[in-house]
Write a new protein. Structure first.
Length: 117
């Protein structure tokens, strides 16, 4: 999982994954949107391969890359735990703030009935 998050930590590699989500691409096609050499693109691709996020197939002189979604699903599942954790904490905070607002409103109404403001 460390290698997946390392690979996802770079904007260039995230964009390459987005491009691969639309279908397989050659190394040249993956490098095209960026101002980088094919050697630099290949280094990014090797990081993605090492994380298991893509698979490269060599057809003659052409290197085709395709997305391997399994590691992304595992990362999503791992992050899901923390999403549920923070959602429950934020829901609790929201309820506490609402309860506090209700208590303040009741206190103001009680004071205004007594003529105290």
């Amino acid at each position: 999982m460390n290698s997946v998050f390392h690979a996802l930590g770079d904007a260039t590699r995230r964009q390459m994954l987005r491009d691969l989500a639309r279908g397989e691409r050659t190394v040249s096609e993956l490098a095209e949107p960026f101002a980088m050499s094919l050697a630099a693109a290949s280094k990014h691709i090797k990081v993605l391969e090492g994380a298991g996020l893509i698979r490269r197939e060599v057809r003659g002189r052409t290197h085709l890359c395709r997305l391997e979604p399994g590691p992304l699903a595992s990362a999503h599942e791992w992050l899901g735990f923390y999403e549920r954790f923070w959602t429950s904490r934020l829901d609790l905070l929201e309820q506490l703030l609402r309860d506090e607002d209700v208590a303040r409103t009741k206190t103001r109404k009680a004071k205004s009935k007594k003529g105290v403001l």
